[in-house]
Design a protein around this ligand. Structure first.
Ligand code: GLN
Length: 416
């Protein structure tokens, strides 16, 4: 890493990461030409770069992949967790090569370019990861210019001026704007995504009416013998909804700003709180009052990641910004009820501070990497949440049981 004052852009460098202190890491740019400012984090997953790039929880962040070969299987229309990438860009060790996979539709670098995302290759990602581990996730600018005409001091000033993720509500920017009915279960080889027949007829993807809000959704949403989960979308990964369907639910998705009246008008058997980007405390300003009303109404609740942090805030706990966060597909988590270890998918930079949990909330899971809180359950209500990602995508599917546990609990609730 070189100092800004002595910095000369090396010959052939077409991409750069610039830090707020003026230091820089050069490489080769790919994908979109331009620059973006955000937080740099690292992800240790070996597979699933397209799911990672399209996870809305990465809004405001640039991902450096520790696995050296990224892009080598190209991209396709199925391996996406949202309609578009949300990570601002990525940093990789090897240059992106010609895709080699029967599922490839478009090379990764073209896909990045078409979606306005900046890539940087040829970087010593091990050194970068060690630096983040030691100093914490930094604010950076990533830039790509085929002529290598970088004004490092100006880019460093932009990185320094960026306020950082703490205090930033990004859920409001990435949430779906309309209510929608979710259809379809998980992907299988040769079949793609299953369309769950009991979820049909699919009447409309926009069921909001100006007078009644979302109240027409219930009739529209298929088989009423399946428990109805109303999912609040703070920046949800699609595979969460697919897993809820697989577990037997029918799912209506509402925007992050949905009011309690809009939620309850749908007659939910359960409410799901999704993952999402940014600082939970900032999103909590409007999300927490709604979640408290849901809890007061004794509607069962399940939350994942940001949804976990928001449930924590709703019961009176505090959230904290972590030093470097957890991002990868191999994170061991211990289930405290019986000591079972789940290997999990993770993506978070904030956490629930277990020391602030009130008496009626127990810690259910902890990280075996650093002992941080990874799950909570209320002792006096049917409400629980986990910090990690049981929907995988990418990652192991050890924790699918959580979807089943939630939906089975609702079936009991709706049984005659
Ligand atoms: N995946 C998520 O939901 C992330 C939650 C939150 N934005 C965090 O960084 O901790």
């Amino acid at each position: 890493m070189a100092d800004a004052k002595t910095l000369i852009v090396p010959k052939g460098a077409t991409g750069v990461l610039v830090f707020a202190d003026g230091s820089a890491v050069f490489g080769r740019g790919f994908g979109a030409v331009g620059e973006a400012v955000g937080e740099l984090c690292f992800n240790t997953a070996i597979t699933g770069y397209q799911e990672i790039m399209t996870d809305p929880s990465y809004a405001g962040q640039v991902v450096t992949f520790t696995f050296p070969h990224i892009g080598n299987v190209g991209t396709n229309a199925d391996d996406v967790e949202a309609d578009t990438p949300f990570a601002l860009g990525c940093v990789v060790r090897q240059d992106v090569t010609e895709p080699s996979n029967f599922r490839n539709v478009q090379p990764f670098d073209e896909w990045m370019r078409d979606h306005g995302r900046i890539g940087l290759s040829g970087v010593d990602t091990r050194a970068l990861t060690r630096m983040i581990r030691e100093k914490g996730a930094p604010n950076i600018v990533i830039a790509h210019d085929p002529d290598g005409a970088f004004d490092i001091a100006a880019l460093a000033a932009k990185a320094a001026a960026w306020p950082g993720l703490e205090g930033m509500d990004l859920a409001i920017e990435v949430t779906g704007k309309d209510s929608r009915l979710w259809e379809g279960g998980p992907w299988t080889l040769g079949k793609g995504y299953s369309l769950n027949e009991t979820q049909i007829p699919f009447v409309s993807s926009e069921v909001e009416t100006p007078e009644t809000g979302f109240s027409t959704a219930l009739e529209a949403n298929g088989d009423s013998s399946r428990p109805h989960v109303v999912a609040i979308d703070y920046g949800a990964k699609n595979n969460i909804f697919r897993n809820l369907v697989k577990a037997g639910a029918r799912v209506t998705v509402l925007p992050a700003t949905a009011t309690f009246d809009q939620v309850s008008a749908l007659g939910p058997d359960g409410v799901f709180l999704s993952n999402g980007p940014g600082d939970p405390a900032a999103t909590g300003a409007y999300a927490v009052p709604v979640i408290r009303q849901v809890l007061d109404a004794d509607i069962p609740v399940f939350g994942i990641c940001l949804g976990h942090q928001l449930l924590g805030l709703a019961v009176g706990a505090k959230t904290i910004k972590m030093h470097q966060g957890h991002r990868g597909a191999n994170h061991p988590v211990k289930r405290l009820e019986d000591g079972l270890v789940e290997i999990t998918s993770m993506n978070h930079g904030f956490a629930v501070d277990a020391a602030t949990l009130p008496a009626n909330v127990r810690s259910t899971h902890i990280s075996l990497f650093d002992g941080s809180n990874c799950g909570i359950a209320l002792t006096d209500k049917n409400a629980f949440s986990v910090q990690y990602h049981p929907e995988a995508s990418p990652g192991p599917q050890d924790s699918f049981y959580l979807f089943q546990r939630f939906v089975d609990g609702l079936k009991k609730a709706v049984a005659p």
